[in-house]
Design a protein around this ligand. Structure first.
Ligand code: SF4
Length: 732
């Protein structure tokens, strides 16, 4: 008799004719999976597989990595530069010289006419680190605008800001291996199985070997919360209240690690004084978590021995995002859970190289975690690059989310967008459209010419994609891993490194600087710049001088800091309790919560929540064209609670119109208990959808928008007309 699998048809893997496997790191999320791309006899990328001996993923990939080979030739790839006078004219193909000459000439004209900062540059988390570094050198050292930022403002800015405020520097202190040591895991606003499936697999492996409490804080019953021991369905935007209440219980009940606090932290008394006001019964009324559960979780966390917190967008995309991160750091500092195995506060980052741009992109400062506000840092980088330090601004300019209002106000006239798609990703689409129409010059540099924002561009620069180039990515746990070039760029598209180098030649001052052409040389230059002393007198943390492309490939990724002469990087930061503030101590921050979000009311009675699904990445420029990703997640939908649906007469799979104070969007209704009665959830990937509705109030520190805290109403619509509209919108 046959049982189980043997009774079914066997699974056949089609022979794709792979002649050679080439090494890369996945180009989607920040997990940093090592991947091999299969190349056939014609030199085409035909398939992928996980790298079995890679420490991050040990052979595993998620659906996006498994289907990644198809992105090289997906529909919409651009293969030659294009120009036009006005954005409604037809595109005219042009040479690289014509496109770059026009872009540089117009940038210089606008700067001469309106000032240096009248041009803005918005980068991404998708490029290779060597490209980020070169881009920063070009923008800071030659173009000289201070309005230079990255789309990472939409996902990770609050984590960066919170880390800097608490610890004195950016950089996640923990690593994936901490799952194997922790005795309590607290996850905030993170749907790990869908957002970072391979990190989730690491966690699950650890849990299968050794049980420890898993606590998930999320307003929605996510896949992650269904696997949790405790789910805390918090009221949107009130994380700071919950975190202050947890700190209240720990400090009031004498559960804090006072020895650690005394030796390594400032601000204990101020924090204690503030959180006295956040007693569990009072906090419960605001955050919706019962007083008993707050006490239970606080005690579990404080008494665990080694406890760790992870978070993603649920914390970051908030008007209190930076405070939320700092409050998570507070929780870990007062319990002595930083820098020890299983005891950490680990921001799970978003894009494949969000970390690389934080480290080397110079968007919020200068290369290598240096600050514009620090004269020594300006002098170091100026001398290293061959730039007069006085050419650098003395403080950070506008963030991405402030650049668009400045365009609206007429202060910025030209914008260069690199691998970012604000027409889909920014809140309040209608306003972004009007803003882009005001520009005298919009340059879009992207591998895909059908990216929605290109509709408003005057110059399109076709970039090579992912493993058509060589360089490095840094993942969530500070692991630098290599992407090798597995095939040449499509058509006349060029690597972003080449584009930046060519653009640099067109600005005065180029002759005093060096712009290496090979990514491996750029990496070694970054290594030399990474050495030095930190503010507290010790060595700099972001030191990669012990790495090279060859050593990274051999190890399948190396973590920083890895200093010259060392063979292995540090798994954790701050293990000695010394933090990069001048006195070596971390800051406990006392932060009061203010109710400033848009909330549901009689006219707009539902919270609007948004997030990611496993099949798609960001604005679907790539996954929207991958057959299997689209097959499993073809269209925009809204999760709605059965009670709310019944009250409104909405059936499962009806089309409905969601309306906010900003606009409306047509979505399919998915009736489910995953959301509470007063909330709807919409995936954020689809164009002309959730961001037509979002308000996007900004966090005061990070300038990150509150994508997840708005209000909408649901309206019934004509099913046939709505279906046709939806099909037209999602045509590809
Ligand atoms: Fe790529 Fe992230 Fe999936 Fe790994 S988990 S294969 S890095 S998308």
């Amino acid at each position: 008799m046959l049982f189980g699998r043997r009774k079914k048809n066997p699974i056949y893997l089609p022979d794709k004719g792979v002649q050679e496997w080439k090494y890369a790191t996945c180009g989607y999320c920040s997990t940093g999976c090592a991947i091999e791309v299969g190349i056939n006899a014609a030199g085409e990328a035909v398939t992928t597989r996980g790298v079995a001996d890679a420490p991050v993923n040990q052979g595993k990939l998620c659906i996006k990595g498994i289907t990644e080979a198809s992105i090289f030739t997906a529909e919409g790839r651009a293969n030659q530069p294009m120009l036009r006078q006005r954005h409604w004219d037809d595109w005219q193909p042009g040479s690289w010289d014509a496109a770059l000459d026009h872009s540089a000439t117009e940038f210089k004209r606008i700067q001469a006419e309106y000032g240096r900062d009248a041009v803005a540059v918005v980068s991404t988390g998708q490029l290779l680190t060597e490209e980020f570094y070169t881009h920063g050198k070009l923008v800071r050292g030659l173009i000289g605008t201070n309005n230079y930022c990255g789309n990472t403002t939409l996902c990770m800015a609050s984590a960066v800001s919170g880390y800097k405020r608490s610890f004195g520097a950016d950089g996640p202190p923990g690593c994936y291996e901490d799952f194997e040591h922790t005795q309590c895991l607290l996850a905030f606003g993170s749907n790990l199985p869908e957002q970072h499936p391979v990190i989730y697999w690491r966690l699950k492996e650890a849990l299968e070997k050794r049980k420890f409490p898993l606590i998930v804080v999320d307003p929605r019953v996510t896949m992650f919360s269904q696997f949790a021991d405790i789910h805390m369905p918090i009221v949107p935007g009130t994380d700071l209240v919950l975190l202050n209440a947890l700190a209240h219980v720990i400090l009031e009940e004498g559960l804090a690690d006072e020895e650690y606090i005394l030796a390594h932290c400032n601000g204990r008394d101020e924090l204690h004084e503030l959180v006295k006001r956040y007693d569990p019964p009072s906090a419960a009324k605001i955050c919706g978590i019962s007083a008993d559960q707050i006490r239970q979780v606080a005690r579990l966390y404080a008494c665990a021995g080694a406890a760790m917190s992870i978070w993603t967008m649920g914390i970051n995309q908030s008007t209190h995002g930076s405070d939320g991160v700092a409050a998570i750091n507070n929780l870990n500092l007062i319990t002595g859970n930083i820098g020890k195995p299983g005891g950490t506060s680990l921001s799970i980052t978003g894009q494949c190289n969000a970390m690389g741009t934080r480290e080397w992109g110079s968007t919020t400062g200068l290369a290598g975690h240096r600050a514009l506000e620090n004269p020594e840092h300006r002098a170091e980088v100026g001398e290293f690059w061959g730039v007069d330090p006085d050419f650098f601004p003395r403080q950070r300019g506008l963030a991405m989310t402030d650049i668009f209002p400045a365009i609206e106000a007429g202060e910025i006239k030209a914008l260069w967008l690199v691998a970012t798609n604000p027409m889909t990703s920014m809140p309040n689409t209608a306003r972004i459209r009007k803003t882009l129409e005001k520009l005298e010059l919009l340059i879009v540099q992207d591998p895909y010419q059908d990216v929605e924002t290109a509709q408003y561009a005057h110059v399109f620069l076709p970039a090579a994609i992912w493993a058509e180039k060589e360089g490095t990515f840094t993942n969530t746990e500070r692991r630098v891993n290599l992407v090798t070039q597995v095939k040449p760029p499509l058509g006349d598209s060029r690597s972003d490194l080449w584009i930046f180098n060519q653009m640099a030649k067109r600005f005065p001052g180029y002759e005093n600087m060096s712009f290496p052409e090979a990514a491996s040389e750029v990496f070694l230059e970054m290594g030399r710049l990474s050495k030095g002393e930190a503010a507290h007198g010790g060595q700099r943390y972001l030191d990669i001088s012990g790495m090279s492309h060859a050593s990274i490939l051999a190890a399948r990724g190396q973590q920083w800091p890895l200093r010259e002469g060392e063979s292995e990087g540090a798994r954790r930061l701050y293990c000695d309790g010394v933090y990069p503030y001048a006195d070596g101590k971390a800051k406990l921050l006392a932060m009061d919560w203010q109710d400033i979000n848009e909330r549901p009311d009689a006219e707009f009675p539902f919270w609007l929540n948004s997030g990611r699904v496993v099949e798609h990445f960001h604005t679907r420029t790539r996954t929207g064209k991958v057959g299997n990703c689209n097959k499993f997640s073809p269209t925009a939908y809204m999760e709605v609670n059965p009670d709310a649906a019944a009250e409104l007469g909405i059936e499962h799979l009806d089309y409905v119109r969601l309306v906010s104070r900003r606009g409306d969007a047509i979505v399919l209704a998915q009736v489910t208990q995953r959301v509470p009665r007063n909330m709807v959830f919409v995936p954020f990937h689809f164009h002309d959808c959730v961001n037509r509705l979002t308000l996007g109030l900004l966090d005061p520190y990070s300038r990150q928008p509150a994508f997840k805290q708005g209000a909408v109403r649901i309206e019934k619509v004509d099913q046939l007309a709505a279906g046709q509209l939806n099909l037209a919108l999602r045509a590809y």
